[in-house]
Write a protein that binds this ligand. Structure first.
Ligand SMILES: Cc1ncc(COP(=O)(O)O)c(C=O)c1O
Length: 309
């Protein structure tokens, strides 16, 4: 999706004009992927823009920093405030929010120790990741020939910039084969996730999803889908999933901040169930959109309203 610039963004503690948020081409992050980021959404509601999972996203950002030894020069409250300030400043009712912590300009070489750490928070318009139609009709996907990194290679639980080379390879291959997305397997050949989404299977009314130990990103939407399913009385099992279960499940869907709850209608050209969005997916999708748009009670306190915060 093409970027639409906002007036300003938050850069190292203050709002600056969008064009002024610059870094040098020799910045460490550009060469070595030494950055971590988050992706959040704000949705319109009766009470104004509602940011979904603000505290959880900020917590994951700090965890990611800790994992890759990136000393962030702000605390959680400052970043939380920065997100609210940035979203308010845009005036958008709905937007995507991208906090990014990275090693900037100063030293080049693999050793990141002396490269300065910079922080940016941008908010900009962003529609459905795979198109509005995909939310209803579902998407066609293929299993990737690339594997998700093994646990002792890259830290999958960190939302680190460098990890996304793997995601790019998965997505580019999927597109080359005419698919909307790829499903990547872990180093042992079990189902892992999409290039930027977690995955769920529905079998005989039960929900199944790979565990955090399967080199997935512990998605915040994944956690919400599990909680919503439990609220609806649907059993959820976190377990290793063999590839062939993708072909024999009743329903499949992706979850993610960007992908929201997107049904999968085929894998490797084999239809999932009857090839249409299934009843459990539909139910969870509706529950997710109802809570994130403030249409039902926010029972788990997932929303932060920019007007009231
Ligand atoms: C690799 C990967 N898996 C899963 C997800 C879904 O995570 P979340 O629901 O926190 O957006 C994302 C998106 O951030 C991702 O990049």
């Amino acid at each position: 999706m093409k970027l639409t610039p906002s007036k300003r963004l938050w850069f190292n503690g203050e709002l600056v004009p969008w064009e002024q948020a610059q870094t040098h081409v020799l910045s460490h992050v550009i060469h070595y992927g030494s950055g971590v980021f988050e992706g959040m959404r704000a949705y319109p509601s009766d009470r104004g823009p509602a940011i979904v999972g603000l505290d959880e996203h900020i917590a994951r950002l700090f965890d990611s920093c800790k994992i890759i030894s990136l000393p962030i020069p702000f605390d959680e409250q400052q970043l939380r405030g920065g997100v609210l300030e940035t979203v308010r400043d845009t005036g958008y009712e709905a937007c995507y929010i991208r906090p990014f912590v990275f090693r900037g300009y100063g030293e080049l070489g693999v050793d990141p120790t002396n490269a300065p750490v910079e922080v940016v928070i941008a908010a900009f318009p962003f529609g459905s990741l795979m198109g509005a139609e995909a939310l209803e009709q579902g998407v066609d996907v293929g299993v990737s020939s690339w594997r998700r990194m093994a646990p002792d290679t890259h830290p999958a639980m960190a939302k680190a910039a460098g990890n996304y080379l793997n995601s790019q390879l998965v997505l580019l291959e999927a597109q080359r084969h005419g698919y909307a997305e790829g499903i990547v397997l872990d180093v042992d050949g079990y189902v892992c996730e999409g290039s930027g989404e977690n995955i769920f299977l529905v079998r005989e009314g039960r929900l199944m999803t790979p565990p955090v130990g399967s080199s997935i990103l512990a998605g915040i939407t994944r956690g919400y889908a599990i909680r919503l399913a439990q609220d609806l009385g649907i059993e959820v099992v976190e377990t290793r999933i063999p590839r062939e279960m993708l072909y024999t499940s009743d329903e499949l869907f992706f979850t993610g901040t960007a992908a929201e709850v997107t049904p999968i209608r085929s894998v490797d050209a084999k239809p999932v169930g009857n090839g249409k969005r299934g009843p459990v997916t539909r139910q969870l999708q509706a529950a997710y959109f109802d809570v994130t748009h403030g249409r039902v009670e926010d029972r788990h306190e997932w929303l932060t309203f920019t007007a009231g915060a």
